[in-house]
Every structure is written in structure tokens, then in C-alpha cells.
Design a protein around this ligand. Sequence first.
Ligand code: GSH
Length: 223
Amino acid sequence: MIQVTAFQWVPPFAQGSVRDIRVRWALEEAGLGYDERLLGLGEHKSPQYKAVQPFGQVPAYRDGKVEMFESCAIVLYVAEQSDALMPRDAAGRAAVLTWLFAASNTLEPQVAQLAAIDIFNPDKAWAKERRPEVEAMVRERLGELQAALADRRWLADDRFSAADIIMTHVLRDLRHTDILADYPALRAYRERAEARPAFKRALSDQLAPFKAAEAARPELVAG
Ligand SMILES: N[C@@H](CCC(=O)N[C@@H](CS)C(=O)NCC(=O)O)C(=O)O
């Protein structure tokens, strides 16, 4: 049986974007069932868990044949097993790899910088000084992505793939801003991806333990 690690609870800003959602979504698209292994407070930094994920992060993955960490690697591994996530022909496969790495290596670093400023350091002087430049870099990348997407529905071969899972997740990390409103084709792309039943199941499965934890311990949301 496939097992994916996830957190039992995270603060509201992270709910719906913890990276196990990438793996949950890929498994849902591929029609593969899985168990979640929920990590309690601080458990991700334990020596036992670091033997599974050396950086003490989620997600980690095991299926009886392999043990893995790094969400993109896991999503690609799942995609190798499913036509729903990766075409079989060389050109289609190359397009998926290209766009998946573009999401992770070209878009995500800029988006992550903005999130680091807005979510973790909004009041710091250095953050206020740096933010306009970071937002400009994000906007430049988004403009380029929108031009490249043109009138296609999906990134690779114009069919949904593993690349769209990672790109959508990266774009979701702009949810705390209204920047995507200036890129209507990208906003529509993200909404199209989020409307997929597999995404909705992945999201609700990630959120379920958070809601259960908050019901049991209301002080979590009270701060
Ligand atoms: N590159 C890793 C990053 C994983 C990651 O950043 N996970 C976050 C949750 S979204 C985490 O576990 N953070 C806890 C920590 O770093 O202490 C991947 O994509 O799997």
C-alpha cells in the first residue's frame, strides 16, 4: 500500500498548500489509493523521521517497492506509472519534464521569495525595501508564462499532466495577493486545474486532519 506523510496540523496560512497535496493530487489523478501518515507537532524533526526524510519535511512516500522524498520526484515517479499524468511518447514526455522543472526551478523561486516576505517578514525593513523588486520579478515570470501558455489549456502537449500539478501548486502560493488577476489566462488555468475532481479530493483530504485537530483543540486557531 502506498503511504504519504503529511502534517496533522499547520497554521491557516499553510493549509491547502502543504506539499503533500502535490502527491495526493497525482495519486488521485492516477487512480491510486494511499494511506496518509500524519506527523504530530515536532515529529518531523525527530531522528526517526529524518531517517525517512533527511530534511524533516513532508511529503515522504513509500509503496513497498521504493521509498522517496521531494514532491517533484514523487509526482514524476507516480506519473511514470499513469497515462493520466504523462504521455508515453518521447516528445510528450519531454514536454512534461520541461514544464515540471520550469514550474519548480524557474517560477517557484520567485514566488517563494514573495511569500517569504509577505507571510513571514511583512514588517521587517529589509522586506519592505526588497518587495517591489521581488514582485516585479514575479510579474515578469508570470507574463512570460502566460505568453508561453498562449491559448492552450494545459502546459505540455495541451493535455493535463504532472507538470500542471506542480505549476498550479506554485501559482496557488500567490493566493495571498491579487497579482494573478492581472494575468487572466493564468488565473483561468489555475481555476481549471483546481476544478478537477482529483484536486478537490486531494485538497479536502489534506484539510480534514487540520479541521479535526482544530475541533479537538480550539486554542490552535485562537493562536
Ligand atoms: N523540496 C521539498 C520541500 C518540502 C517542504 O518544504 N515541505 C514543507 C511543507 S510545504 C515542510 O515540511 N516544512 C517543514 C520544515 O521545513 O520544517 C519538496 O518539494 O518535497
